[in-house]
Design a protein around this ligand. Structure first.
Ligand SMILES: Cc1ncc(COP(=O)(O)O)c(C=O)c1O
Length: 383
């Protein structure tokens, strides 16, 4: 990954830098790989990065949009994603959000409870519409990732419990304004071990076999997202292994005639194309440590503070002999730390530093805590 530092001089730090070549390369790879599998469809998970310039590029590659709020539905449709390719999940859909989704005639609601199903039916009836619905099932499959981004265990708040599938489908089929079309799953994020996805496939196969005995057919199987990226060595593994990922599903998921498989990829699409660019404010010496205090903090990139995420940090301004630093932000929280005891070429006030692999769950999760400005995302094409 290269950084046009000369062009950075006119931009206020901290900011996100998005490399459009990497994004396009990633999207081309996804397109090539899914074209090898009949019935595979990818929805980009808007939650990972909803920067309008980024969405503008993603929508060119014919992906659908995976949304979890009315705001994301608006954002994706305004960015040119067709409503008929929008799927909408979330445990707490508000009435106005359901109305909005129905008004746009989105492809499908991923419904997470029977309580929600009843409200969707009620609102659809008032609008004289039929809502297409997949049930999000909690498959109770372990994902070997951080506890805060595991979603498919019985203890998680997401989805309908395995044992309630039959009841849920029976209820859905009896509702006049609901069309039940399939099942939805999402076991977690930043998953690199294909065995976790194989475990999901095996669980889905069991569910399908069981449903078939009762004469229930599924048009859609949505397996969610979750493919991880290499945070340790981004340059060596810039493009996630989409071939292995899609081939794994093709091999282990027992599809029925005409069935579609939908994917909801977020991190693996936008993660590696983005870096948080920040400047060193001070090098502070304590009796035991040397702190590199950046002008970016947890308000700009919360992942390290929220779930101990690691982002590779590089010094863009110097190649001097390496020294050991704790790299921290300016926020008044002890958890505002990006890395401890790492070796970096000697840092000076004003040096540019990049926190890599920050294109997903970075800018979109920024906050104004401490009354700070929100970081702006710049696409390389536009600099
Ligand atoms: C339902 C659902 N689908 C897709 C995603 C995207 O996951 P990822 O960014 O790991 O691909 C998420 C992430 O939380 C999710 O909750």
């Amino acid at each position: 990954m290269t950084y046009p530092i000369e062009k950075f001089k006119d931009i206020e730090t901290p900011f996100y830098y998005y490399d459009s070549d990497i994004l396009r390369h990633t999207l081309r790879t996804i397109s090539e790989e899914i074209s090898k599998h009949i019935g595979f469809h990818v929805h980009y998970a808007i939650k990972a990065n909803a920067n309008p310039d980024v969405l503008n590029i993603i929508k060119e590659y014919n992906l659908g949009a995976d949304c979890v709020s009315g705001g994301e539905i608006e954002r994706s449709i305004n960015s040119g994603f067709p409503a008929k390719k929008v799927v909408y999940a979330g445990v707490g859909k508000a009435d106005w959000e359901i109305e909005l989704a129905l008004d746009y005639d989105i492809f499908c609601f991923n419904v997470e409870s029977l309580e929600e199903l009843a409200i969707i039916n009620e609102i659809a009836e008032k609008k004289e519409k039929i809502a297409k619905v997949c049930f999000r099932i909690n498959p109770n499959v372990v994902a070997h990732t951080h506890a805060s981004i595991t979603t498919g265990l019985a203890e998680n708040k997401f989805g309908i419990a395995l044992q309630d599938i039959h009841k849920a489908i029976k209820v859905a089929k009896a509702l006049k304004n609901i069309e039940f079309i399939g099942l939805h799953f999402h076991i977690g994020s930043q998953i690199l071990d294909m065995d976790d996805f194989i475990a999901l496939c095996n669980r889905i196969n069991e569910i399908q076999d069981d449903l078939e005995v009762k004469g229930i057919k599924l048009k859609i199987i949505n397996v969610g997202g979750g493919l991880g990226i290499d945070y340790n060595n981004p340059s060596e593994n810039l493009i996630p292994n989409f071939k292995l990922y899609f081939d794994t599903y093709a091999k282990y998921l027992q599809l029925r005639e005409g069935q579609e498989v939908h994917f909801e990829l977020g991190r693996s699409v936008t993660g590696q194309m983005g870096s948080l660019i920040t400047k060193v404010l001070y090098i502070k010496h304590s009796s035991t440590k040397k702190f590199a205090i950046l002008d970016a903090g947890m308000t700009d990139l919360v992942r390290p503070a929220l779930y101990q995420a690691h982002h590779k940090i590089i010094n863009l301004s110097s190649t001097e002999v390496k020294e050991t630093y704790d790299v921290v932000g300016p926020i008044c929280e002890s958890s505002d730390i990006f890395a401890k005891d790492i070796l970096l070429p000697k840092l000076h006030r004003g040096d540019y530093v990049a926190l890599q692999s920050a294109g997903a769950y970075g800018e979109i999760m920024a906050s104004q805590y401490n009354c700070r400005k929100l970081p702006i995302g710049y696409l390389s094409d536009k600099l």
